[in-house]
Write a protein that binds this ligand. Structure first.
Ligand code: HEM
Length: 428
């Protein structure tokens, strides 16, 4: 028989960073876990969270059915803190529609072209902030893939980059502490940025209709989905589909690529092998850096009562609660040695040896179960291609003295660097 939730300890005095200012959000949950054990309740600004960290609890978490405990709703509740509702309502093509086989190969062609453009911008030698570099690369690849003809070049590209830097949905979890200011402004900056996206995408639609460009690929499917609607509604609808796809897609991938390069340049032997084109090693490095850079809060919004096994008992969780676990408290500590960067621990997409883990689900880069990342293969291919190209064409030297710090208030997604991470590069 499931028991009532009030058997669980409540971690008093903790607020989540989107509700109250918190210096180190992950550290605060870690401290609560040290005090209360692997299952406890956090009450933040009137919302109730059940945090779970035991092997049984995490396995129960990944087994939760979407119709009772929804990942989609939990994500939406997080992202709507940053993005105007217009981005979510009435969408016809969602980010999950991104991964048809021919789509992925076209994205990788676009990535190769975006890398060409990056090389032209870098020139023969210089210094650059690594995370800014990979972010621009991600914008270019993404916009070439789904924002229509002309959107990844020249002035249109720069306008979209500026708009998407304002819209970056990941701000909702990287700087959750900034969301009160976003709410107070009525999301004014975000609305203006959406108008910019709409203007550029409208021009792309016209270019496509004028026959300047082929109508294939994801952009063609978005345009088709709005066929027959009145001109204004159609144009805005296409632009909002593009906007949601872009904000939902690139930011974690490019942050993970940044950390993969940070880790790789600290290991000259592996760097040499990756630079010479060892894709299999590059993929293991990418997985390992992603594992260590994970700051994801994995959350499910309860919509129907669920009997949830925390590992110390089964409790009834009512609608309105959120069940959550936090990857940074598991990935690097669920077994001895996991705090070290060791690409050899991976075999293909899995850990080669899980015997020291109470459950293989305690560690992950791309998730487990029904909601695991549909973009995993594509993301690893993209990271691998970019690592080989950038490290193969340039000698790269980090300008940082200490391993870069990640943003302490971040709770969710892949870590963002708290400080500029300058690299010096010279073409080989
Ligand atoms: C290195 C890059 C990435 C990492 C580390 C990553 C990680 C993850 C993780 C851990 C989950 C599971 C979350 C959960 O169970 O709550 C997930 C789900 C998801 N990811 Fe990714 N992701 C990456 C790139 C991408 C990209 C490029 C896209 C493109 C749209 C994407 C789209 C999605 C979607 C749509 C889901 C939800 C699947 C579902 O609910 O069934 N991801 N990702």
């Amino acid at each position: 028989m499931p028991g009532p939730l009030d058997v669980l300890p409540v971690a008093d005095g903790i607020g989540l960073p989107w509700d109250v200012p918190v210096d180190d959000a992950v550290g605060a949950i870690a401290a609560a876990r040290a005090t209360h054990g692997d299952a406890f309740v956090v009450r933040s600004a009137g919302d109730d969270y059940l945090f779970t960290f035991s092997a049984t609890g995490v396995e129960s978490f990944y087994a939760l059915p979407e119709d009772a405990a929804s990942k989609g709703l939990a994500d939406y509740l997080m992202l709507r803190r940053k993005l105007p509702d217009e981005v979510f309502t009435g969408r016809r093509l969602l980010p999950a529609a991104l991964f048809r086989r021919d789509d992925v190969s076209s994205y990788l062609v676009n990535l190769a072209e975006a890398l060409d453009a990056t090389e032209r911008e870098l020139g023969a030698r210089g210094e650059v902030d690594l995370f800014a570099l990979v972010r621009r690369l991600g914008h270019r690849m993404g916009l070439a893939s789904w924002a229509g003809p002309g959107s990844a070049d020249g002035a249109a590209f720069e306008r979209l980059v500026a708009a998407f830097d304002v819209l970056d949905g990941s701000e909702a979890f990287v700087h959750p502490d900034a969301m009160a200011a976003v709410a107070a402004s009525g999301k004014r900056a975000e609305r203006a940025a959406l108008d910019d996206v709409a203007a550029v995408v409208d021009a792309a639609v016209r270019r496509q209709e004028a026959g300047d460009a082929p109508g294939a690929g994801l952009f063609g499917r978005i345009v088709d989905a709005w066929a027959g609607e009145p001109a204004e509604e159609r144009s805005r609808g296409i632009a909002m589909d593009v906007a949601l796809i872009h904000v939902a897609s690139m930011s974690n991938l490019m942050a993970a690529l940044g950390w993969a390069i940070v880790d790789l340049v600290a290991d000259p032997d592996r760097l040499r092998l990756v630079a010479s084109g060892d894709r299999e090693l590059a993929q293991r490095c990418a997985l390992e850096s992603t594992r260590l850079a994970q700051r994801s809060i994995m959350a499910r919004a309860v919509v129907q009562p669920v009997a949830f096994d925390t590992g110390v008992g089964v409790v009834d969780v009512p609608p309105g609660w959120t069940i959550a676990t936090l990857l940074p408290l598991l990935n690097a500590s669920a077994a001895p040695g996991l705090h070290e960067w060791d690409p050899d621990r991976w075999h293909r997409h899995r850990l080669a040896d899980t015997t020291a883990l109470a459950s293989p689900m305690l560690v992950t880069a791309f998730g487990h179960g029904r909601h695991s990342c549909p973009a995993q293969s594509f993301s690893l291919s993209a990271m691998t291609m970019a690592m080989i190209r950038l490290c193969g064409r340039y000698d790269v030297t980090p300008a940082w003295a200490e391993y870069p710090r990640s943003v302490p208030a971040q709770i969710g997604g892949v870590a963002r660097s708290a400080d500029p991470c300058v690299i010096r590069y010279a073409r080989r």
